[in-house]
Design a protein around this ligand. Structure first.
Ligand code: 0GY
Length: 299
């Protein structure tokens, strides 16, 4: 029996996602997904706010192939804290088909950063979602950003739309490329051209070092599966306005989904609705993630 028991209300990832109708271009990158554990090999953090069920790398590779993708960007989630061993293990067993975004503390040594880079890490993630962390990373973020910038890494930030006004000035002072998770989590019950989402569009417009993941319709939608159509206008607006600075990801294994577990095949089928032309799809799924994660410049 495992030393970790998932939360009583934890939803396990979909056991048999459908084959998508939309066929991604060859070489497509799932640029936001996670690996969890297995907890007995890679224990979850003592500071975690949730205990997930295991979501090991082999399952992720299987999903990648099933959905018609070629590569993954694995993002460190808070249940593993700043212990990146499960992430590094996955990267090292990916045949070069996965890159990573780690979580690090300010006391990390240069040798440890070098080892993460060697394994395939190309960014650090900072989580501003209050239900997921004990304290917000203001002090350490700037310091870590300067150190990782020297390695050609970028920063990934995760926050809720209601927090953006307060965090705005801090964010725009960051010295590297900054990737925003899930479009800054807009309230899609509000207008796509209303003041809340306009602030996010302004952030992207005025700061060309900002990128956005147009991910997680299942997290944002009020309408729900299978089409999550209330999220489409938000994601489409971002893809069409900033075609060279967008990424797409499944968010597998979908941590903290409390109402339903998405069918990953349905999530892929949303792509042509948010990126309606083959040119936009090529940028979203291949050109942009390859530039950020597999470029010769940050090898
Ligand atoms: C996500 C979403 C969540 C969790 C985490 O780091 C995390 O624990 O990212 C969430 O609960 O919204 O980005 O996959």
């Amino acid at each position: 029996m495992s030393q970790f028991t998932p939360d009583a209300d934890w939803l396990h990832f979909h056991s048999a996602p459908s084959k998508p109708t939309y066929i991604p271009p060859i070489g497509a990158v799932d640029a936001h997904c996670h690996v969890f554990g297995p907890g007995d090999t890679f224990p979850f953090s003592e500071k975690r706010k949730y205990t997930p069920s295991d979501a090991p790398k082999e399952k992720l590779w299987g999903l990648r192939d099933h959905l018609g993708f070629t590569r993954n960007v694995i993002v460190q989630a808070t249940c593993h804290g700043s212990d990146n061993r499960a992430l590094v293990d996955a990267l090292q067993h990916s045949d070069g088909k996965a890159r990573g975004v780690a979580t690090v503390e300010r006391d990390i040594t240069d040798a440890e950063l070098d080892a993460l880079h060697e394994a395939g890490v190309r960014g650090v993630r900072f989580n501003f979602v209050k239900r997921l962390v004990d304290s917000l990373p203001f002090d350490s973020l700037t310091e870590i950003a300067e150190r990782t910038k020297a390695r050609g890494w970028h920063i990934v930030i995760y926050f809720e739309a209601t927090e953006l006004a307060e965090l705005y000035d801090f964010f725009i002072a960051l010295p590297t490329t900054v990737v925003v998770d899930h479009m800054g989590r807009p309230d899609v019950g509000r207008p796509v051209d209303g003041p809340e989402f306009e602030l996010f569009v302004k952030l992207m417009t005025e700061n060309t070092n900002f990128w956005s993941k147009v991910s997680c319709p299942e997290r944002l939608s009020l309408e729900g599966p299978p089409s999550y159509s209330d999220v489409v206008p938000f994601a489409k607006r971002i893809v069409e306005s900033f075609p060279d600075r967008v990424l797409w990801g499944t968010d597998w294994p979908h941590p903290n989904m409390k109402n339903h577990m998405p069918n990953d095949g349905h999530l892929v089928d949303i792509i042509p609705h948010i990126a309606p032309t083959t040119e936009l799809q090529q940028k979203l799924l291949i050109d942009n993630p390859m530039r950020l994660y597999w470029s010769a410049e940050n090898e």
